[in-house]
Every structure is written in structure tokens, then in C-alpha cells.
Design a protein around this ligand. Structure first.
Ligand SMILES: [Zn+2]
Length: 230
């Protein structure tokens, strides 16, 4: 039996956004009452408009987001294969606010979850941040982050992509963002603001998190889904 687990956060006006990013604004563009006169026989429709950052909330970064090279691909030029594939979930939620997660921590997390990371895997790393701080200002910066050794470990494992349940895989107190710099160096991308990762820790599954085809997008919201076969 196939089980689908939603790993995406909700999009709504007032949602937390990464400090400095465009806030999400949603308004009704057309109502049933406004559109009814255009039709006969009772037909009408409603539609909304959205103003939001291409990095919010659950989203994937394009290479052009973290690499200033003019040849770094924007989101619409990245292969769809990047956003779909075999995945594992691991847990580092014992790490405290602003603590660093090292390569040794990731290795220990794989051992306790009973999973191994293979080349081309997508690795989802649960920090527990969204479980603890969803929809509060603490969500934006009260979380741990991977250090350089952890970033290098992911690169050495040749993962296809990785993801976290907080606004950035880097430590919010870091000024050098070694994870994003590893991504620049290797072209490996990542997902941010995932949720429900407790449901995939210790599991191997298929991950799908396709971006919208935004021309020259620096990232895109995604509907991130874990597909489990029981
Ligand atoms: Zn990022």
C-alpha cells in the first residue's frame, strides 16, 4: 500500500518568513458576486492573488540563489530529476538552539535511525524546529545548524539534495553559512521549512518536491511529499 505524507508547511498571510524576505500577502482578486454578472445560468467563480517570496515557506533553493556565477542555473533550468528520488530521514532534534550539528552527529543520527546514505539520496534532517516553534517568531532563528564538517559529509556522500525543518540548514548565528557555501561549491541544493519529518525518521522512501517553473526563479515553493510503500 502506498502512503503519502505531506512534508509541506501551510502558505497563509501572517506566516513567518526568513528575516528580510518578502512577507506573504494574499487577497481576494475576484469574488463569486463580482463574476456572476459576466455569466448566465448561475455560473460564477472566485480567485485569489498572492505576493510572496520565492523562498517561502517550504521551498527548494536554485543554484543561482547561492552561487553568483552568471551560469548558475535558476530554478526553471534545473533538472526535474533533482527534485525526486530515493530518500532517508534522520533525527538530530536533541541539538539545542544555536548548537552546531557536526558530521559525527549526522553519522550517529544515521546509526540510531538505522539508515545509510547512498550516492544520489535525498537526506531529510529533522531538527524539531517546526514542531516546537511553528507560527511563532522563534521559528525564524531559534534552531541549530550544520557546521562545515556536516556540510562536507553530505558532499562526500554525494547526496542529490537534502532538507531541514527550519528556515536554513546553516546555524542562524553563523556569518559564513558553510552549508550554503558547500552547495555553491558542489551544486547540491536543499529544501528548507519542511515539516512532519518525525514521520519519516528511520525510513527509506521516495521524496517528491517539485518547484514551480518560475522563469529565472531563485527558488520555489514546493509541495513536498514522502511516498512510502508498506
Ligand atoms: Zn537555502
Amino acid at each position: 500500500m502506498t502512503q503519502l505524507i505531506d512534508l509541506s508547511q501551510e502558505i497563509f498571510q501572517g506566516m513567518e518568513v526568513y528575516p528580510g524576505h518578502q512577507k506573504t500577502i494574499i487577497w481576494q482578486h475576484a469574488s463569486h458576486e463580482e463574476t456572476a454578472p459576466k455569466f448566465e445560468g448561475g455560473m460564477s467563480y472566485q480567485s485569489n492573488a498572492l505576493l510572496m517570496c520565492d523562498h517561502g515557506p517550504t521551498h527548494v533553493d536554485s543554484v543561482s540563489h547561492f552561487d553568483p556565477d552568471p551560469d548558475a542555473p535558476p530554478i526553471d533550468k534545473m533538472s526535474l530529476d533533482t527534485f525526486y528520488g530515493s530518500a532517508v530521514g534522520i533525527d538530530v532534534s536533541h541539538k539545542g538552539v544555536h548548537e552546531y550539528i557536526s558530521a559525527d552527529d549526522l553519522i550517529a543520527a544515521c546509526e540510531s535511525a538505522g539508515v545509510s546514505v547512498n550516492p544520489n539520496d535525498i537526506v531529510l534532517i529533522r531538527t524539531g524546529t517546526h514542531d516546537r516553534h511553528a507560527d511563532t517568531p522563534a521559528y525564524s532563528n531559534q534552531h541549530p545548524g550544520l557546521d562545515e564538517s556536516a556540510a562536507n559529509w553530505l558532499a562526500e556522500k554525494k547526496v542529490k539534495a537534502f532538507g531541514v525543518d527550519c528556515p536554513t540548514p546553516d546555524n542562524p548565528i553563523s556569518k559564513t553559512y558553510p552549508v550554503h557555501m558547500m552547495c555553491r561549491r558542489t551544486g547540491i541544493t536543499h529544501y528548507e521549512n519542511l515539516t512532519n519529518l518525525d514521520k519519516v525518521v528511520g525510513k527509506r522512501f521516495t521524496f517528491a518536491g517539485f518547484p514551480l517553473r518560475i522563469r529565472n526563479g531563485t527558488g520555489s515553493p514546493v509541495r513536498a511529499v514522502a511516498i512510502l510503500e508498506n
